[in-house]
Design a protein around this ligand. Structure first.
Ligand code: ATP
Ligand code: MG
Length: 568
């Protein structure tokens, strides 16, 4: 039986033992071994004696040693597997195969974040589930907040996520159509132009008092409507729905449909000054775009009545509006409104600061799109707010990147270790324990750095293994540690340490993102920066390479001398 198989069995036995108070049994291991290596089923007669041997060996090791061996030699077995890879989204009512049209309608007023990813992925998955279409529509009718930079960033974000849309458009390209609908709704008496000041309008809304402008006749309204394009200044006139000023739903108390904004629009410059607000634009656009199922976050729920009322009054086709919960992480708010000031006030370095939940930041940190999709689909599709644990996203990510991450050594708080009788001048190490990802050579001269926290616990006489090298016995402690090679036998019980050759190492910084807010306050310690040494081979890797630093964690190479900590 070859060593690789023996090693697999040992890992499984250690895991099982460590989960059962330190003892394992043959019958617990057999099916697990076949599960990972189905080809052994035919050789089961040969495998069973090996399993027995390994089980006996493992059962003689104390639990603490079993755990430490698992950590050093079989870290991949300790990854907690998320319960499900993918929970299918619930089926839609009134959905016909081939006829479902969804849309993702971001406002280009900021950088896309993982909340947008949730929305876009749900929109896309439903379109695919029913063989329908996804429309990607920039909801750009507030030139005060919108910038070309944001259109581009959102598009880049969606492409990175791998969200495929069938059609892309801008609401602002339909302004003429929206004006036509505005005229129609004024003509039919279902809307009026109000020239009251802001304070009066809010007071009347609050107190459920009809506005005096709502009694104006059609000719007054049409005249005022024309004047909105020339005479009035911003804030002097708005178009309001003749809703229900007594409604319990405040959104129905004669809400604004259009207003004047004199800011230059990123695409249309100063061509238009009358702009629809969100409710008027989104309902008309969804209807004319043929959207059948319009998803949005549940804080819009009270506005559904308004959405349907607008379309009723305009005698337009009504899509079905459906809600899902906003995605938020504990201590990491997922909202442009909160992210923007952090960037503007310089509290973070930019939209790609690894502490942020923006897609740029996720990418820089080493979270892959596939993990985000699996994560989004694993969240139950409910309206209750999801405070999802970030660890769940990490565990999906870990599972994906583990097989493609190169293994390297990294040492923090280096302490020098001299192996007196070292006789090796070079060693070749595999870049991945299972996958064929090439090898690297490391020059040796018997002088190493080991991690400060490993060095701390060493005593004279201790035996340890330098990973991939040999076993050594500590002979002297002090400003540097001295040791001698003992042998090269496999000794499960001794600590196994990573190392860096001291004459040839690369200095790097590790950026470790921490939680952004603690008790609603910005966490001044949200970015930890640690100095570390790694192997010179690091310098040959491309920026963007994902690395698993042995016994430390996954990091993504961010620049020649900087990595970002992805997760454990
Ligand atoms: P923000 O608070 O970030 O400004 P928004 O809702 O104004 O959020 P939009 O650009 O208008 O952002 O949103 C586009 C789509 O993304 C909408 O359907 C919105 O409901 C959804 N969305 C935005 N943030 C989240 C979130 N945190 N979780 C889930 N979906 C979100
Ligand atoms: Mg918005």
């Amino acid at each position: 039986m070859d060593d690789a198989i023996r090693k697999t069995i040992r890992g499984i036995a250690l895991l099982n033992a460590s989960e059962h108070g330190g003892k394992t049994r043959n019958d617990s291991i057999i099916s697990k071994v076949i599960g990972v290596k189905p080809e052994l089923r035919e050789k089961i007669k040969d495998v069973i004696p090996v399993i027995s041997e390994v089980v006996n060996e493992v059962n003689t090791i104390p639990l603490s040693m079993q755990k430490s061996e698992l950590e050093t030699s079989f870290p991949e077995l300790l990854i907690i597997k998320p319960k499900q890879d993918r929970v299918g989204l619930p089926h839609l009512n009134d959905a016909e195969q081939g006829k479902v049209i969804t849309r993702f309608p971001p406002e280009p007023n900021g950088y896309p974040h993982i909340g947008h990813a949730k929305a876009a992925i749900i929109d896309e998955e439903y379109a695919r589930m029913y063989g329908g279409k996804l429309i990607f529509r920039f909801d750009d009718t507030n030139p005060e907040n919108e910038r070309l930079e944001y259109y581009a960033a959102i598009k880049v974000g969606l492409d990175w996520l791998g969200v495929k849309y069938d059609h892309v458009k801008n609401t602002s390209d339909d302004i003429e159509l929206i004006y036509k609908k505005a005229e129609e709704i004024i003509q039919s008496g279902d809307a009026y132009v109000c020239t009251c000041n802001k304070e009066t309008i809010s007071k009347n809304r609050r107190e459920m008092v009809a506005c005096k402008c709502s009694f104006g006749d059609l000719s007054q309204n049409m005249k005022r409507w024309k004047n909105m394009f020339e005479k009035y200044k911003p804030g002097e006139a708005i178009v309001r729905l003749r809703g229900d000023i007594h409604s319990e739903n405040t959104a129905m108390r004669d809400p604004t449909l259009l207003r004047i904004i004199d800011e230059s629009h990123p695409l249309h410059k100063n061509k238009y000054r009358v702009w629809p607000n969100y409710d008027f634009a989104v309902s008309i656009e969804d209807s004319v775009d043929g959207v059948t199922h319009a998803f949005r976050t549940k804080e819009y729920e009270l506005r559904n009545e308004l959405y349907y009322t607008i379309l009723d009054k305009l005698k337009m086709r009504k899509p079905k509006v459906l809600e899902f919960s906003r995605l938020e992480f504990d201590g990491m708010p997922v909202s442009k409104r909160i992210l923007k000031p952090l960037v503007q006030e310089g509290k973070v370095s930019g939209y790609d600061d690894p502490r942020l939940p923006t897609l740029e930041a996720m990418r820089r940190r080493g979270i892959v799109p596939e993990a985000i999709r699996k994560f989004v689909l694993s969240l139950s599709f409910t309206k209750s707010d999801t405070l999802a644990p970030f660890e769940t996203l990490e565990s999906f990510n870990r599972k994906i990147i583990d097989s493609t991450s190169i293994r390297l050594f990294l040492v923090m708080d280096p302490v020098k270790l001299i192996v007196k009788n070292n006789n090796l001048t070079e060693i070749e190490i595999s870049n991945h324990p299972q996958k064929n990802m090439g090898k690297r050579k490391i020059q040796l001269d018997g002088s190493f750095y080991i991690a400060g926290n490993d060095a701390e616990s060493l005593k004279v006489g201790d035996e340890i293994r330098l990973l991939e090298l040999y076993n050594i016995k500590i002979t002297r402690l002090g400003s540097h540690i001295e040791a001698e090679i003992t042998d090269n036998d496999f000794k499960p019980e001794i600590p196994k340490l990573q190392w860096i050759p001291s004459q040839n190492s690369a200095k790097i910084e590790v950026l470790i993102p921490k939680v952004l807010f603690v008790n609603e306050q910005f966490n001044e310690k949200s970015l930890d920066i640690k100095q570390a040494l790694t192997e010179p081979y690091y310098l040959e890797l491309n920026v963007g390479t994902e690395i698993q630093f042995v016994r430390y964690g996954y990091c993504r190479k961010d620049s020649a001398n900087q990595v970002i900590y992805t997760h454990k």
